[in-house]
Design a protein around this ligand. Structure first.
Ligand SMILES: C[S@@+](CC[C@H](N)C(=O)[O-])C[C@H]1O[C@@H](n2cnc3c(N)ncnc32)[C@H](O)[C@@H]1O
Length: 231
C-alpha cells in the first residue's frame, strides 16, 4: 500500500530535462498506459472549449500538442498557440501539425494581459513549480469573462483507489520504463499525482487565484478530473 509520503522534485530544470528525455516516445507511452482513454479525455475537454467559442486559445504545457490539435480540429477558425518550456516536446507538436508554438515557462508568459478567451492545460499544471502562481498567470492572460480548463490526473475514490495505486506505483513505471527507457520519470508521475490537489481543493485554489465558478468533473472513475473556471 502506498502512502502519501512520496517526495516530488518539481524543480523546473529537472522537469524540463525529464520531458526532453521521454519526448520521442511520450505519445506511445501515453496511449498505451491509458489504454487509449487519453483520446476520450482530450475529446471531452475539446467539446467544452468548443462551447466557449474562443477567438484565441492558449494551450499551456502543450507538450506533443495532443490537446491543442484536438481543439484545433473542433475549432478550425480559432487561433491556437501551444506553449511549453521543452523545445523537444514542441518539435514533436510541430511535426504533428501544430502551427503556432512558443518556448516559454508557463509561470512567466510572454503575452499581454487579456490576450486569450480560453487557456487550457492538460497534464501540465501538476508538474509546475508553483500551482497558485501558474493559475494567476493563466488568469492574467485571460480576457475578463474568459475561461480556463485544466485536465489532470487525480485519485479515484472507494475500492478503485487501492487498485489504481497499485497500478500507478508498480505496474505503470515498469511498463513505461520498458517503452521509454525512463522508469524514474514514471515513478515521478505517481508521486506527483499523490501530491496534486484535486476536486474541491483544486476548485478552492482556482477561486483563490483569480477565478470564479470553478467546477470539477471526474472522468473514468476519477482517474482524471476536468476543471473549468471563469475569469
Ligand atoms: C505530461 S506533458 C503534457 C503534454 C500535453 N499537454 C498532453 O496533454 O499530453 C507535460 C508538459 O508540461 C511541460 N511543462 C512542465 N512545466 C512547465 C512550465 N513551467 N512551463 C511550460 N511547460 C511546462 C513539459 O515540458 C511537458 O511537455
Amino acid at each position: 500500500m502506498q502512502s502519501r509520503s512520496h517526495t516530488v522534485d518539481r524543480d523546473p530544470a529537472r522537469v524540463r530535462a525529464m520531458f526532453e528525455r521521454v519526448a520521442r516516445r511520450y505519445d506511445l507511452a501515453n496511449h498505451l498506459l491509458s489504454g487509449g482513454l487519453d483520446f476520450w479525455w482530450r475529446h471531452r475537454a475539446s467539446e467544452i472549449v468548443k462551447r466557449w467559442q474562443p477567438r484565441r486559445v492558449l494551450d499551456l504545457a502543450t507538450g506533443s500538442g495532443d490537446l491543442a490539435l484536438t481543439i484545433q480540429r473542433k475549432l478550425p477558425g480559432t487561433e491556437i498557440i501551444g506553449v511549453d518550456f521543452s523545445p523537444e516536446m514542441l518539435a514533436a507538436a510541430r511535426r504533428k501539425g501544430l502551427a503556432k508554438t512558443v518556448v516559454a515557462d508557463a509561470l512567466h508568459l510572454p503575452f499581454a494581459e487579456a490576450s486569450f478567451e480560453a487557456v487550457t492545460v492538460a497534464f501540465g499544471l501538476r508538474n509546475m513549480a508553483d500551482w497558485g502562481a501558474a493559475l494567476k498567470e493563466m488568469a492574467r492572460v485571460l480576457t475578463p469573462g474568459g475561461h480556463a480548463l485544466i485536465l489532470d490526473f487525480s485519485l479515484p475514490d472507494g475500492f478503485l483507489r487501492p487498485i489504481y495505486r497499485a497500478y500507478l506505483h508498480h505496474l505503470l513505471p515498469w511498463v513505461a520504463g520498458a517503452v521509454t527507457g525512463e522508469r524514474a520519470a514514471y515513478q515521478y508521475l505517481g508521486a506527483s499525482i499523490e501530491k496534486f490537489p484535486s476536486g474541491d481543493a483544486m476548485c478552492e485554489l482556482l477561486e483563490r487565484s483569480g477565478f470564479s465558478e470553478a467546477t470539477a468533473e471526474p472522468l473514468t472513475g476519477g482517474i482524471v478530473t476536468l476543471y473549468c473556471a471563469a475569469r
